[in-house]
Design a binder for this molecule. Structure first.
Ligand SMILES: C[S@@+](CC[C@H](N)C(=O)[O-])C[C@H]1O[C@@H](n2cnc3c(N)ncnc32)[C@H](O)[C@@H]1O
Length: 281
């Protein structure tokens, strides 16, 4: 089977499995299987796959056809242009979450040596990205589950983010010292139980503890806004990623917790994806 034939049959199989982005995924899979970049694939499209590559492709497609996440199959995924280890036990970094990073970087642009707290850190994609983008910063990440902490630790090393660290903690009962942080960011679990049926088939393989939240998906926002506001420096910013129907409710939570200057940031699909607020005392 040539590379070209493999690409076409991969596209067909993915399309049949109901995968929306089947063209993009087919390209990624052929790159992964052959170890070639996009240009080399174009110039070698008539080359035959080795038996090993063909077996690999068959095994990979078998997993993908049952909607096992592509990111878990690869074991690595890019976020904000950097590679992160991912796999069972940790949420796959989403492109939408880059909106949260952009909002935070924008806020920090005039601050020297900022201190940043990333709550519910998962793979560490948010906190580590801040640490790499702002080498003068100090980043602490907090995460409850050991599986995720393990990935975050490996990702700190992978990205040489020596100005970041992760600690085990539960955001419902751990707090940080008062007046410590310029910026607190969080992409907490926010899927309401009533929305479980709207989730993509891939999410059934991700930890439910990373996705589901009580109180219509709002319990983490309430706890973090109220428990962690005092950990901000005067004029510090709290920035949340939110679900596509949650921006108004989260803005209200921030208002009730005493935040000012509350704003929304839109993602690439023009949805309010981030809610920010400033805390002054
Ligand atoms: C939506 S995921 C976000 C992960 C990562 N920040 C990202 O954007 O890809 C939420 C994370 O919160 C963690 N988590 C769940 N409950 C928690 C709690 N009570 N305290 C701290 N972390 C928690 C989950 O394990 C998961 O890694």
């Amino acid at each position: 089977m040539t590379i070209f034939e493999a690409y076409n049959s991969t596209k067909q199989k993915l399309m049949k499995a109901g995968i929306e982005d089947y063209v993009f995924e087919a390209k990624q899979i052929i790159k992964h299987i052959t170890g070639l970049n996009a240009t080399a694939i174009l110039t070698n499209y008539n080359r035959n796959l080795t038996e090993f590559q063909q077996n690999n492709l068959t095994a990979l497609l078998r997993q993908r056809e049952i909607r096992y996440p592509l990111q878990y199959i690869f074991g690595e995924w890019d976020f904000y242009g950097r590679p992160f280890y991912v796999g069972p036990g940790v949420l796959v970094p989403r492109a939408d979450t880059e909106t949260l990073v952009e909002a935070g970087l924008d806020y920090l642009k005039d601050k020297q040596g900022p201190k940043i707290l990333d709550l519910c850190a998962g793979s560490g994609c948010i906190g580590i990205t801040f640490a790499c983008e702002r080498k003068d910063s100090e980043v602490l990440m907090v995460e409850k589950f050991d599986e995720a902490i393990n990935y975050a630790e490996r990702n700190i090393h992978k990205n040489n983010a020596t100005n970041s660290a992760i600690k085990k903690g539960d955001v419902f009962d751990s707090v940080e010292a008062e007046g410590s942080y310029d910026l607190i960011v969080s992409n907490p679990p926010y899927i309401a139980e009533s929305e479980i049926n709207e989730m993509s088939p891939e999410t059934q393989f991700e930890p439910q503890t990373a996705l589901l939240a009580k109180d219509d998906g709002l319990e983490f926002y309430k706890a973090i806004a109220n428990n962690y506001k005092k950990a901000l420096k005067n004029g510090g910013m709290l920035a949340f990623e939110v679900g596509f129907k949650q921006s108004e409710a989260v803005a209200e939570i921030l208002k009730l917790a005493g935040f000012a200057d509350i704003k929304f940031k839109k993602d690439l699909s023009d949805i309010n994806r981030v809610v920010i607020g400033i805390y002054e005392f």
